[in-house]
Design a protein around this ligand. Sequence first.
Ligand SMILES: NC(=O)c1ccc[n+]([C@@H]2O[C@H](COP(=O)([O-])OP(=O)(O)OC[C@H]3O[C@@H](n4cnc5c(N)ncnc54)[C@H](O)[C@@H]3O)[C@@H](O)[C@H]2O)c1
Length: 375
Amino acid sequence: MANHPTARIGLIGAGFMGRCHANAFRTAGGLFDLPAAIELACLADATEETAAANARQFGFSRSTGVWRDLTSDPDIDIVAITAPNVLHEPMALDAISHGKTVYCEKPLSTSLESANRMTSAVETAGATTLVGFNFLRNPLLKCARQMIDAGELGEITAFRGRHAENYMATGEEAHSFRTDPEGGGALDDLGSHIISLARYLVGPIGEVSATLKTVYPERPASNGSSEMRAVDVDDMAHAAIRFANGASGTIEANWAATGRTMDLSFEITGTKGSIHFSQEHMNELHVWTSAGSAGRSGYLKIETGPDHEPYGSFCPAPGHHLGFNDLKVIEVAELIEAHVTGKNGFPDFAEATRVQATIDAAKTSAETRRWQAVD
Ligand SMILES: NC(=O)c1ccc[n+]([C@@H]2O[C@H](COP(=O)([O-])OP(=O)(O)OC[C@H]3O[C@@H](n4cnc5c(N)ncnc54)[C@H](O)[C@@H]3O)[C@@H](O)[C@H]2O)c1
């Protein structure tokens, strides 16, 4: 399909992420010099009513309660998928078969087999893809990556990573797509983020030894219901990991982390220095290098500013801070660039499939109680 000078967006899902995507699509053109204008063409949601009401609020000109009408619409160029995980594959496959660029939320799908099918379809069709690992858009993570690549931390020896939140921290939070045995659980939901981050900063993970734990064996069937239903997925996952480059470490995915709201955090240790970061303070990167003189060494706090591209597209002054939604705006700018050039953005479906392979290996390891190579 020839790239239209206007990128006409079809967004599926009007929940937490749908709202975040819509905000990014509305905002990106005002902050970035994009190669195509963004048009909010159509919003699909589970019903005609919720689709119409949210389309009005988000600024989409059309709406539908039937997502296949959107994925097959010839007047749409980019399909953005923010529906429950189990719907990612059928939605993406249909969009790809209609020649669309596909922007899909994480995790890419519910299993490695499914992710492989999606990536094969992309390769066959030559489609352009991007996956919503938005935390990688933080300019400070790019800074960390540059420091690692330049050898400022020496040889990387260890990674300790965690994505911990508290939105399922009691047994009162109800079932949702997040507890669907097909593609649910903390490892899929949050582990996908910390694995993508580990891969981005340190490299491929070669093998894992994981343990999964269900803290609350039953939860209300739905919000406000007194009927309790069994939980078949993990509330927390812990894994020892070995990277292909020899570094070792741990990852944790935990949605029952009492007191934690957004602790997507890591510490990376190298032979000459180390860095640590938490998304709860996403404008701060803490760096220690052995360059400090005696009595003057310690962690340096680097704060986001115009020197960290693309912070300057949001604000010319340091210290004013980026927020979570800004990461999605940066991601959408990358998406439009990828769509127009026809080159995949990062992370694309192939990279997200490698993340899925790591999740899969962790699950197998937890079942067999053995180290498991990542396929
Ligand atoms: N990147 C991130 O930081 C991040 C954060 C949260 C969620 N997510 C991902 O985004 C996706 C959605 O999560 P959420 O928190 O927005 O969920 P949500 O429940 O808030 O929203 C899901 C939306 O999908 C709609 N939907 C359900 N079935 C549908 C169907 N058949 N057709 C059309 N629409 C349908 C629902 O009506 C709802 O509006 C998940 O894959 C999740 O993992 C990513």
